[in-house]
Ligand binder design. Sequence first.
Ligand SMILES: [Zn+2]
Length: 86
Amino acid sequence: MIKNYMEAMVENLLPSTLNKYSDICKCEKCVDDIKAIALNNLKPLYVVTEKGNIFVKTNELNIQFKADVLGALTRAIEIVSENPKH
Ligand SMILES: [Zn+2]
């Protein structure tokens, strides 16, 4: 099974990034938009996994890699909060 590791990273880092913002909408629609925008701005990183699970250990990640994901998430949050679809 092939999975996008970047997607798992985004899922993993999104809650703590969202927690830094108190004045934005965090409904399912907006959170999905944030994820989609962030992932479109990040290179996919496919990995092969036997059971379909990817365990992301954020504390073991390369600092630059994590910074890139956080940067993309922050930009995506700004875009969605400035242009909410509802
Ligand atoms: Zn919303």
